[in-house]
Structure formats: C-alpha cells, structure tokens
Design a protein around this ligand. Structure first.
Ligand code: AMP
Ligand code: MN
Ligand code: MN
Ligand code: MN
Length: 284
C-alpha cells in the first residue's frame, strides 16, 4: 500500500479516546509502529489532551510523533475541519480557543438526544455519555456507537446516514470556531494549518474555490489529499486543487478505531510525486 521513501511513511491525521477514537493514545501509537508508520500525528477533535501520552509511547516504539489537533469550524452553514500539525500543546491561545469550542459539545448532545427521543430512541444521552466518558468530548460518533450498541442501526455509518448527518432528523446545527480564528490559534502555537478532507463537505465548484481561497488568505498552508475520509477516486481532484492553489499536501488515515476506518494508521496510499508533502516543512 505504501510506496514512498524509506522514512517517509507519515500519517498525519488520527484519533484517540481523548476525542472520538476507540484506542488510547498509547494503543494508537503501538498500532502505528506495528503497521510501519515512521511519523504519526495525533489530531483529536478540539483537544490536545492526548499528545503527552502519545509522545511518550512514540519514544518507546522509536517512531516520530507530531502533536496535532483537528479543529471544528463553522464556515457559513458548513462545518469544516482544520487540522493543526506540529503545534505546541501548551500554547495559551490554542488551549483557550479549544476550550471555548468544547464547552458547547454537551449542550448540543442534549439537543441531539431530544431529537432522537422524538424518533423513538429513549435515553441516548446517558448511552452516548457512557461512550464518551466526559461531557466536553461528547460527539455524534458516540451517539452513533450507542445506537449500534442498542441494535437500532447495523453500524455507525448507518447511524449517520439515517439520523446524525447534516439534513437528517437528529442533526443539530452548531456554531464552532471561525475559520480565521482556527488558523490563527494553530499558527500562534507554531503549527501549520491543514484543511482536513476537503472532499467531505459536498461543496459545488464555486464554493470549493472560495473555501480554498479564504483558507489560504487566513494563512492555511496545506490540504489533505490522501485521507481515509476521501474516496480513492477523489484523490486526483484534490491533488489538482493543491497544485493549482499552491498548497502543500497532507496524508492521514483519519483513523478512529478497529472496524470504523478504511485504513489503519500508515496503511494508505502515498502522495503523488508531483505534490510537495506538508512534512517537507520540517527538518528530517
Ligand atoms: P462531531 O464533531 O460531534 O460533529 O462528530 C463528527 C465526527 O463524526 C467526525 O469526526 C467523524 O468521526 C464522524 N462523522 C461525521 N460525519 C460522518 C459521516 N457522514 N459518516 C461517518 N462518520 C461521520
Ligand atoms: Mn471523528
Ligand atoms: Mn474530520
Ligand atoms: Mn478526523
């Protein structure tokens, strides 16, 4: 699957139990080491809580670790995700910004549970909270897992497709960070801002161009091209967009856990040779 250079198996988008992943940071790093990943980024949603543990595990396994985060952004009516790579997890502007958006997660969860209740699914707040562990982590992914656990849907993808995705009956619109703020927090923490899975937002070509233009103008430097959240037939489009807009390219499994993601960490195709990888910014 990976056919890049000897030390170039970078996987720069992965989740742990510090947000909606199923493996602890230590377990995630162990898996990445096992699959032959040379450099791994932990990019939990709206938190850097797992980075110290992951860094320690990476030292144990002798792989390189890049502290990261995946910030939820509201861009008009569209939710975008912006990954920050090589951030200082202690940078106050970043930490305060992330805290400010995580505060809204539990309230949104209460509203999601209310809508699910009307659809005949009782007590999902308790069930999703049992999955999440902490209120500020509460994610639609935890609701999806709970619906599977109760036998109401056959897998988490169906939970999104039938109930939780935008436009479905248990979707609750939410205001996250502003795009410019998310990029600013990342840059103030010394990191590089990467637009996550740009193919996931279902934008028409004009809006797509506008998103890329604004992201670049705010100081965004890279976009994900090869990711578990793109269908392989989408890679060519985002490769062209990266080249056309002068963005660096990123690669990441967007791994959430066994059975929930198409690629394990490090086990996804290499970036096309025409692209400049985002990791070219960092000394080897
Ligand atoms: P939240 O941040 O609570 O809105 O949850 C977003 C997370 O839910 C994403 O990071 C994915 O892990 C998952 N997710 C969102 N949309 C989908 C979808 N259409 N299919 C499967 N998983 C999804
Ligand atoms: Mn997620
Ligand atoms: Mn995402
Ligand atoms: Mn992700």
């Amino acid at each position: 699957m990976f056919s890049g250079g000897l030390k170039d198996n970078f996987d720069l988008h992965n989740h742990s139990t510090c947000s909606d992943g199923l493996l602890s940071p230590t377990e995630l790093v162990a898996l990445a080491a096992h699959t032959g990943t040379h450099a791994l980024a932990l990019t939990d949603h709206d938190t850097v809580d797992g980075t110290a543990e992951a860094a320690q595990a990476a030292r144990t396994h002798g792989i390189r670790f890049i502290p990261g985060v995946e910030i939820s952004v509201s861009w008009g009516d569209t939710t975008l995700h912006v990954v920050g790579l090589d951030v200082d997890p202690a940078a106050p502007i970043l930490v305060e910004g992330l805290n400010s958006i995580r505060d809204g997660r539990f309230g949104r969860g209460q509203q999601i549970a209310g809508l699910l209740e009307k659809l005949g699914f009782a007590n999902t707040l308790e069930g999703a909270m049992a999955q999440a562990g902490r209120p500020e982590k509460l994610s639609r992914a935890h609701f999806a897992r709970h619906l599977v656990e109760r036998g109401w849907v056959k897998d988490t993808q169906h939970a999104f497709d039938k109930y939780l995705a935008k436009g479905k009956p248990a979707y609750v619109p939410h205001r996250w960070a502003e795009l410019g703020d998310a990029v600013r927090w990342i840059r103030s923490a010394g990191g590089v801002a990467v637009l996550a899975h740009p193919g996931r937002y279902n934008l028409q070509p004009m809006m797509r161009e506008e998103m890329l233009k604004q992201f670049g103008a705010f100081g965004g430097e890279a976009i994900e091209v090869v990711t578990g959240s793109h269908r392989p037939e989408e890679y060519a489009l985002w490769q062209r967009e990266a080249l056309a807009h002068g963005f660096l390219a990123s690669r990441g499994a967007d791994y959430h856990g066994p059975g929930e993601s198409p690629y394990e960490p490090g086990r996804l195709p290499a970036l096309h040779a025409s692209l400049t990888p985002v990791w070219s910014k960092w000394a080897h």
